[in-house]
Design a binder for this molecule. Structure first.
Ligand code: CTP
Ligand code: MG
Length: 241
């Protein structure tokens, strides 16, 4: 069994607002991309999706890490970035074996503990084909009709799903490489046509009516999205902590 990783790092980090790609933002002097690469389990190869304009900078971070990895240009959506990385991976490892596994992981979750990776891989080895780490939600979640203009003061609530059935999902998400690559190929044209994209990889399995299971996630695998998330990361990982 071989294990590959797609590390998505091609996002711009608009909500973080640091004037640089999010994966290059430093915590304790090291870019998030470096933290993410060094937090990966040992594996056969990593493909990193990076912003097209910054490939050199990303390549130099990757070269400084002791991880076998290549950098490829990402797409305009996360789904496009994963698809591009999978294409490269499939060409590189040709021929793909039936039991080749792939973890798709966000560089924006650089402090994901090893136990989460272990649980995802263990579930794949136990016969599941699409595995996501998940946490119970503590907030009550409402479904709304989203405001169409940012200055609308209110949104209309349409439902309150039973919280016991809701989970917040994280990465790494684990799959069989040949299956995930085939699903990305199958859904790429369709989602372009619908101008929507899937925000995680398990959603492609769901759209194809294939089973997805969860394993326990970890709050340390939080996604660095806002300035408050970055402040938390800095406070947890500063050398004076
Ligand atoms: N991502 C990607 N390619 C894109 C968009 C996102 O590879 N076109 C990656 C990001 O680099 C990140 C992960 O998907 O590791 C989750 O995305 P998100 O947290 O939304 O990051 P950004 O898109 O960079 O942030 P924002 O939405 O605030 O711009
Ligand atoms: Mg985004």
């Amino acid at each position: 069994m071989r294990l590959f990783v797609v590390l998505t790092a091609a996002g711009s980090g608009t909500r973080l607002g640091c004037n640089m790609p999010k994966a290059l933002v430093p915590v304790a002097g090291r870019p998030l991309l470096e933290w993410a690469l060094e937090g990966l389990p040992s594996c056969d190869f990593v493909v990193v999706s990076a912003p097209l304009e910054q490939l050199d900078r990303f390549q130099s971070v990757v070269s400084g890490c002791d991880v076998p990895a290549a950098v490829v240009p990402g797409g305009s959506s996360r789904q496009g970035s994963v698809a591009a990385a999978l294409k490269t991976l499939v060409n590189m490892v040709d021929p793909v074996q039936d039991d080749d596994l792939v973890l798709v992981h966000d560089a924006a979750r650089p402090f994901t503990p090893p136990a989460v990776f272990d649980r995802v891989v263990a579930a794949l080895q136990n016969g599941h084909r699409a595995v996501v780490p998940a946490l119970s939600v503590t907030d009550t979640i409402k479904v709304v009709t989203p405001r169409t203009r940012p200055d609308e003061p209110v949104e209309v609530v349409t439902a309150t799903p039973n919280r016991a059935t809701l989970r917040a999902v994280q990465t790494p998400q684990g799959f069989y490489l040949h299956e995930l690559a085939a699903l990305h190929q199958r859904f790429s044209e369709r989602s372009l046509a619908e101008s929507t994209s899937f925000s995680d990889d398990a959603a492609l399995y769901e759209a194809a009516n294939l089973p997805v299971v969860t394993v326990e996630g970890d709050c340390s695998a939080y996604k660095i999205t806002t300035p408050a998330d970055l402040a938390l990361a800095k406070s947890q990982h500063s050398p004076h902590h």
